[in-house]
Ligand binder design. Structure first.
Ligand SMILES: NC(=O)c1ccc[n+]([C@@H]2O[C@H](COP(=O)([O-])OP(=O)(O)OC[C@H]3O[C@@H](n4cnc5c(N)ncnc54)[C@H](OP(=O)(O)O)[C@@H]3O)[C@@H](O)[C@H]2O)c1
Length: 253
């Protein structure tokens, strides 16, 4: 039995739920973190029903003290956090506003959720990882870290691009302590949120999107979760400071 503990933010649905399920199948003890208690419980229930271990913790990723409480509580109850997956986040609902139409608050909200929360979760989890000289962090950025987002606004693109710099800097600081830090950049992935948005597009819009993806389809949440689980595992023991694209060829470096 693997006694490793993973904290997955945004574990209540979408990609985060799939990450929780995949890690649990690989015998991690998973703690799913998000705001929606019922949805978190549903994630845990699917995992426990399949014989895995999953707990949940309600936390708003925009709330600094809630993040500190979350990390401290998990460390106290389970002794450690081996893997921190910063997945909570997301773009705009509906059609994105143009940069000049956004209010300051739109900018702040997007950066808080998609970038500052990642820094805060890392800041809270790193001291114990450093003390144990072991740990792994996987940050979920986006293809928007490479190209301007079509589905969201300028603040989302800025936050996801910033996450790459954040991860890179942390990798430099934390590598000497045996803590690996990596980032993934999913393309268009059919979480419930993105699938619902995709449904609103016309045939022509969908054809245009698919025409830019050499694999000819959008991704599945399990395809992202598999990469996170790999990066968190010992099989990835020499992968550090990497940015891994998961996008069907939508963007190729
Ligand atoms: N799907 C894609 O095509 C795609 C592409 C590139 C990158 N990504 C990134 O992948 C991640 C997951 O995307 P997704 O499509 O699975 O999104 P999603 O289905 O909307 O899920 C977002 C998750 O983040 C949580 N969350 C949102 N606001 C939060 C807050 N203030 N505090 C705590 N948790 C919060 C949500 O939980 P609660 O609502 O319960 O709090 C939910 O679990 C995001 O970071 C997104 O930017 C997705």
């Amino acid at each position: 039995m693997n006694d490793s503990v993973a904290l997955v933010t945004g574990g209540s649905r979408g990609i985060g739920r799939a990450i929780c399920q995949t890690l649990a199948r690989q015998h991690w003890l998973v703690v799913a973190v998000a705001r929606d208690r019922q949805a978190l419980a549903a994630t845990a229930q699917t995992i426990v029903a399949a014989g895995g271990r999953c707990e949940h913790f309600v936390c708003d990723a925009r709330d600094r003290s809630a993040i500190d409480r979350c990390v401290t509580t998990i460390e106290r109850e389970h002794g450690k956090i081996d893997l921190l997956v910063n997945n909570a986040g997301g773009g705009t609902a509906g059609r994105p506003l143009a940069a000049e139409e956004m209010r300051d608050q739109d900018w702040v909200d997007m950066i808080d959720l998609n970038l500052t929360s990642v820094y805060r979760f890392c800041r809270a989890a790193v001291p114990a990882m450093k003390a144990r000289r072991s740990g792994s962090i996987v940050n979920v950025a986006s293809v928007a870290a490479h190209v301007a987002s079509n589905l969201s606004n300028v603040a989302y693109t800025a936050a996801k691009t910033g996450m790459v710099g954040l991860s890179r800097h942390l990798a430099k600081e934390l590598g000497p302590f045996g803590i690996r830090v990596n980032t993934i950049a999913p393309g268009i992935v059919a979480s419930e949120r993105v699938a619902a948005k995709y449904e609103t597009y016309s045939e022509a819009e969908r054809a245009s999107i698919l025409g830019r993806i050499p694999l000819g389809r959008i991704g599945r949440v399990e395809e992202v979760a598999a990469v996170v689980a790999f990066l968190g595992s010992d099989a990835a023991s020499y992968i550090h400071g990497a940015l891994i694209d998961i996008n069907g060829g939508l963007f190729m470096d």
